[in-house]
Ligand binder design. Structure first.
Ligand SMILES: C[S@@+](CC[C@H](N)C(=O)[O-])C[C@H]1O[C@@H](n2cnc3c(N)ncnc32)[C@H](O)[C@@H]1O
Length: 445
C-alpha cells in the first residue's frame, strides 16, 4: 500500500473542511452501485455495470423532502442505462413526474430511450412484442437470405472472441429484426435485446476500463439468450399500465443541458452520475454493442464519438482549450487544480493525466453553470461520483472528484449542502481516505 501524497491530501483536507461532510454509508453504500437493477422490471433489460441503483432516486427524494410533491421535474445529464428515468416513471402513482435524460453514447441512448418509451406505451406493447418475436423467429429459422453485414470493427473478425457460427447467429438475428414488420418501438426493443446478448455470446468480458479476452469463457447461444431476454420484456410490459408521467432521453451533450432543454422550464431535481475521472471510456467498453447495432460505420465515426464525450479519459487527445482560462474564475480554478497537477509524476502518462485533470474540471464547471440556469429556486442538484487513484508506488495520487466538483459548483453559484461519503474504494492501494465514492447535494446559492 502506498502512502498518500501529503500535499494533495492537505489540499483535500482544507477543501473538505469548508463543507458539511458526513458518513453516508448506511443510506448510500448499496445505492451508488446497481443494487437490485438486474431483478427489476424494465431496468433489467440491459445490465450497466456503472449504473447506480433503482432505489437511489426514491431515497434522494425522501431525504430532500420532495416525497409529497404532486409535480416533479427531474433532469439527469448522464442518463446511461436510464436508471433515473425508469425510477421516475415508476413513481407515477405518487407524483406527476416530467423527467429528461441526456446521453451521449448512441447505444446507451438506444437502451435508455427504449426503456422509457416502453414504460409509456401501455400493455398492448406486450402483444406487439410477442407478434414481432414470432415473426423474427420464423425469419431467423427460415432459409431467407438477408443481407448480413459484419461490422467493420476488427474485434468481430477475431474468431477467438466471436466464434464464427455464433457471430453469424447474432448477425442473422439482427437482420431478421430489421426485416420484420414491427412497429418502431417493438423493433427498437428487439434490437436492445439482441445487443444485450453480444457480450454473453462472445469470449469478451467488460472488466473495469477495458473489454478483456476471457479464454475460459463458454460463449452462450445467441438465439437462446435473445429469446430469454424477449420473454423478460414481454413479462415486464404485460403487467404494466402506461405511466401517467412523462420521460424522454435526448441524444446529446449532458455537459451543456441548455443546448437541449428550455431554460424557462425549471427543474426541481437534477440528479446524475457523470463518468468518473478514472479512465473508463464508455465508447470503448460499449463498442461491440454500438458497432453491432450499426451506430458507427468506420473508424472515423468511432473516433468522433470519443471526442464528443466528457473529458474523463485519455483515450483520445482532446482539444487543449479550457474555457475556464478565459473566464473570471480562471485564478480560482488554477488554485484548485495546482496541487493535483503538481502531484502528476513526470512519466509517459504525464501529458494525458494533466489534460484529464484540466479537461474534467473545465467540463464540470460548464455543466454546473448550465445546470444553475435550469434549477428552480428551491431545487437541488445531487451528483454521485467516485474518486480515483492514478500512478503507482510513491508516485500514486488521488483525484478527489467529489471535492473538485464541489468547489467548481461553488464557482458556478451553487451552495454545497452536504458531502455524504457512500463508500471507501480499494483501501489496500493507498492509505488516502479520499479514495471513495460520494453523494453530494447542492442548492442554488
Ligand atoms: C456513470 S454513467 C451513468 C449511469 C447512469 N446513472 C445509470 O444508472 O445508468 C455515465 C454516462 O455518461 C455518458 N456520457 C459521457 N460523456 C457524455 C456527455 N458529454 N454527455 C452525456 N452523456 C455522456 C456515458 O456514456 C455514460 O453512459
Amino acid at each position: 500500500m502506498s502512502n498518500a501524497n501529503p500535499s494533495v491530501e492537505s489540499h483535500y483536507e482544507a477543501l473538505e473542511a469548508q463543507w458539511n461532510s458526513v458518513d453516508g454509508s448506511l443510506e448510500f453504500e448499496r445505492l451508488v452501485v446497481p443494487t437490485g437493477n438486474s431483478d427489476s422490471p424494465f431496468h433489467r433489460w440491459f445490465h450497466l455495470k456503472e449504473a447506480f441503483s433503482v432505489d437511489l432516486l426514491p431515497t434522494i427524494l425522501k431525504q430532500l423532502s420532495f416525497e409529497g410533491m404532486s409535480e416533479l421535474r427531474i433532469l439527469d445529464c448522464f442518463a446511461g442505462g436510464g436508471t433515473t428515468l425508469v425510477s421516475a416513471l415508476e413513481m407515477s402513482s405518487q407524483a406527476h413526474v416530467t423527467a429528461t435524460g441526456i446521453e451521449r453514447n448512441p447505444f446507451l441512448h438506444h437502451v435508455s430511450s427504449s426503456k422509457v418509451r416502453a414504460l409509456q406505451a401501455g400493455p398492448s406493447l406486450a402483444q406487439e412484442l410477442k407478434k414481432a418475436y414470432v415473426e423474427v423467429q420464423h425469419l431467423y429459422a427460415s432459409d431467407a437470405r438477408f443481407t448480413i453485414n459484419t461490422p467493420a470493427l476488427s474485434t468481430f473478425s477475431n474468431e477467438a472472441y466471436f466464434p464464427p457460427s455464433l457471430l453469424n447467429s447474432l448477425l442473422r438475428i439482427k437482420a431478421a429484426i430489421e426485416f420484420c414488420d414491427a412497429s418502431a418501438l417493438a423493433r427498437d426493443l428487439l434490437l436492445t435485446s439482441a445487443a444485450s446478448c453480444v457480450e454473453s455470446s462472445s469470449r469478451l468480458r467488460r472488466d473495469g476500463r477495458a473489454l478483456r479476452y476471457a479464454s475460459e469463457r463458454q460463449p452462450k447461444d445467441p438465439w437462446l439468450e435473445f429469446s430469454n431476454r424477449i420473454q423478460q420484456m414481454i413479462e415486464d410490459t404485460s403487467g404494466s399500465q402506461a405511466a401517467a408521467s412523462s420521460a424522454s432521453v435526448i441524444l446529446g451533450d449532458g455537459r451543456r443541458p441548455l443546448l437541449h432543454v428550455d431554460e424557462s422550464e425549471k427543474r426541481d431535481l437534477i440528479v446524475f452520475s457523470p463518468p468518473y475521472p478514472n479512465n473508463i471510456d464508455y465508447t470503448e467498453i460499449y463498442k461491440t454493442e454500438a458497432w453491432y447495432l450499426g451506430f458507427y460505420e468506420d473508424s472515423e465515426q468511432f473516433r468522433s464519438q470519443r471526442l464528443r464525450t466528457l473529458r474523463s479519459h485519455p483515450s483520445v487527445r482532446f482539444s487543449e482549450e479550457y474555457d475556464y482560462e478565459s473566464s473570471s474564475d480562471a485564478e480560482a480554478v488554477r488554485e484548485l487544480l495546482a496541487p493535483i497537477l503538481g502531484a502528476v509524476p513526470d512519466d509517459r502518462y504525464a501529458t494525458g493525466r494533466r489534460q484529464l485533470i484540466r479537461g474534467y474540471a473545465d467540463d464540470m464547471l460548464t455543466l454546473f453553470r448550465h445546470c444553475r440556469k435550469v434549477i428552480s429556486n428551491k431545487g437541488r442538484l445531487v451528483y454521485v461520483v467516485g474518486n480515483s487513484a492514478h500512478g503507482s508506488g510513491d508516485a500514486l495520487f488521488v483525484i478527489a472528484a467529489d471535492l473538485m466538483m464541489a468547489r467548481l459548483a461553488e464557482l458556478a453559484n451553487w451552495r454545497v449542502e452536504e458531502i455524504s461519503v457512500a463508500r471507501s474504494l480499494r483501501r489496500r492501494v493507498t492509505n488516502s481516505r479520499f479514495l471513495r465514492e460520494s453523494v453530494v447535494t447542492l442548492s442554488p446559492a
